[in-house]
Design a protein around this ligand. Sequence first.
Ligand SMILES: Cc1ncc(C[n+]2csc(CCOP(=O)(O)OP(=O)(O)O)c2C)c(N)n1
Ligand SMILES: [Mg+2]
Length: 330
Amino acid sequence: MEIPLKQPKKKIEELYRTMVRIRACEESFVDPILNGDICCPVHLYSGEEAIAAGVCAALDRSDYVFGTHRSHGHYLAKGGDMKEMVAEIFCREKGCSRGRGGSMHLISPQVGMMGSAPIVAGTISLALGAALASSIRKDKRVTVSFFGDGATGEGVLYESLNFAALKKLPLLLVCENNLYSTHLPIKECRVDNGIYKIAQPFGIPSLQIDGNDVLRVYSAAGDAVDRCRRGKGPVFLECLTYRYRGHVGPDDNIQGSHTDIRPPEEVKSWLKKDPIKRLERYIVRNKVLTRERLRKIRNEEGAQVEEAFTFTHKSPKPIKREFKKYVFKN
Ligand SMILES: Cc1ncc(C[n+]2csc(CCOP(=O)(O)OP(=O)(O)O)c2C)c(N)n1
Ligand SMILES: [Mg+2]
């Protein structure tokens, strides 16, 4: 007997393609970071792709997303232009922030990627504001606030939970719990590991899910987005995951010195739960797509990355006297 697929084939292919696109892009930055061609701090998202891919696949183009310091995946999954992202990371004039922002300042309002910023928890209140605006305008848009487990140490998260619940705002709070905040294991800074529980005193529906299972993320995000759109108020999703690379840079320090304190056994055990390999196994087992089709998708996405690098290297760097050109003046 055939087991029905969890999602339509087209959706599964889209989820796979998005994750592959993010991974291909992330890994292409490793060498340029190590040899100094990329000068800004870069927080790679490899290993966590299922969260951005699954959540953003449940959104409409007009919905809003706010990111963090580790936001390449959010930007790409929401439909941001890869060329402009790569150019930004290389600090080029054609980057999405005109080369003034680097890896941690990604923005593409035309697709609803409203911005990322390095201040831990700094964008949660901005997402809250966007959700409040949608609620006042009755435009049916949903806002997603992505943040890491580290943001649970910041008061603004709790203030935002209260206000969002009070006003029943269309806000989906997505905590990407990768078990570490820089080099601090979550066990050393939280009394209780169940982050999802922090939303309970505010009456916000919340759950903890496997953030490396893209089908699970997509389905949980779909339910949450639906609830937000119906005006029922915010939802909190804690997605358990793990980063494959260092906190910043490929091997934990910008120029590659090895400072990762995570136990090698722990890293190894998470590599076995790779979100892309996991979906591949599901696809092949259930004959959703052929191995050949999967290879084609990987090649196509690899080619996109190459194109983005060519575009970037043709783009000039901002000239010194224009550094402040886009600074807001009242
Ligand atoms: C308000 C603030 N405090 C401290 C920092 C330094 N800092 C940068 S990233 C980070 C850890 C963030 O951890 P988490 O939120 O779990 O995200 P992850 O890096 O694990 O994705 C810290 C403490 C900062 N950027 N902002
Ligand atoms: Mg973390």
